[in-house]
Write a new protein. Structure first.
Length: 308
């Protein structure tokens, strides 16, 4: 089988050696010089150029080099070929670490104390305990539910929102349009772990911020296009929002002149919440290739209608 491989990862060499070790007869064709498009059976890609995948007539499976698949569905010429995403427990654990740290930092007023330290100002603020802090998680899928359970185990008062109704022990679950307003009204720290789809793009905007209690804080680890950046700046300016931890951005890398870099109430990380790891993800790819070879159903296929 011939695999088209396109990545910008620093771990490309490790990816290739792991795939070759697990599937010795796999022919890995690295983009952009991948030879005859007519020979490609499988694609393992991150942000392929629009129109590339439709030039592969024998393509049987598109595999995302990440959990998200928005980088595939944004191609207007994406062929009607099954799309698989990575569901890796290691990545989920990393994300939960990131979200826990971000929520704890906001909960413990870290941004305020960092600002005070810069100004050498000694001032104490009232500190609620976790049980008195209401956290809301947008998206209760692989990542959102794991993060919600961990936050709950730390004592936070946790709610979550999804498209379909859920029943997760210890988590107040809300669903659909009507559920969103109810969850926002009780949320002091909001975590976005939604996939980016036409329905969720721009969800973190002025309307949503206004539905949160005054001074609420947000963590965005979904995608940059969930957030309306000017609305965040306005909400921080007016005091409607008290702070934000952001890992994903409309433009990545975040441009040097972007106001988020220097904003005293924003913490920026460079899209590192959960990194794709060749040692744990290559076995998932090898398993999918085995399924294609033997006509078995592939796990973690994406619904093309929902786009996640
Ligand atoms: P899943 O597909 O497992 O879960 C998605 C969740 O979002 C589901 O609960 C789903 O509801 C809910 N959802 C989707 N659309 C809507 C909607 N319109 N209204 C309400 N709820 C909705 O995704 P994952 O948890 O695996 O991943 C989530 C995202 O995390 C990825 O798509 C990616 O963008 C991001 N990510 C970011 C990383 C980083 O490093 N920053 C790393 C990895 C992922 P339902 O359950 O009802 O279907
Ligand atoms: C992913 C990501 O989707 O790293 O896996 O953002």
């Amino acid at each position: 089988m011939n695999l088209l491989f396109k990545t910008s990862s620093l771990k490309a060499t490790l990816w290739q050696s792991e795939l070759q070790r697990l599937v010795p007869d796999l022919v890995i064709r690295k983009w952009p010089d991948f030879g005859d498009p007519g020979e490609i059976d499988l694609a393992l890609v991150w942000r392929p150029p629009h129109g590339l995948l439709k030039t592969l007539p024998k393509l049987k499976l598109i595999m995302s080099l990440g959990a998200g698949v928005d980088h595939l569905f944004e191609d207007p010429e994406l062929p009607r070929v099954p799309v698989m995403r990575l569901v890796d427990p290691r990545m989920i654990g990393e994300m939960t670490e990131y979200v826990t740290l971000a929520v704890l930092r906001l909960h413990r007023l870290d941004l305020t104390y960092l600002e005070q330290q810069r100004e050498r100002r000694w001032a104490e603020h009232i500190q609620p305990v976790a049980a008195e802090r209401r956290v809301g998680v947008l998206g209760l899928g692989q990542y959102g539910s794991d993060a919600a359970f961990r936050l709950k185990s730390l004592g936070f008062d946790v709610a979550g929102w999804s498209r379909s109704p859920k029943n997760l022990p210890g988590i107040a679950c809300y669903a659909g349009e009507s559920g969103l307003a109810a969850m926002l009204a009780r949320t002091e720290i909001l975590v976005c772990l939604l996939p980016l789809t036409p329905e969720t793009e721009g969800i973190l905007g002025a309307g949503l911020f206004a539905a949160l209690p005054r001074g609420a804080m947000i963590v965005n680890v979904g995608r940059g296009r969930h957030l309306v950046e000017v609305d965040l700046l306005a909400a921080l300016e007016s005091g409607q929002l008290g702070g934000a931890v952001l890992d994903v951005f409309r433009e990545e890398p975040l441009p040097e002149a972007h106001p988020f870099w220097r904003h005293p109430h924003i913490l920026v990380t460079p899209h590192v919440a959960a990194a794709t790891n060749p040692l744990t993800c290559a076995p998932l790819i090898a398993e999918a290739i085995g399924c294609i070879r033997h006509g078995r159903p592939v796990a973690n296929l994406v619904d093309p209608e929902r786009q996640y």
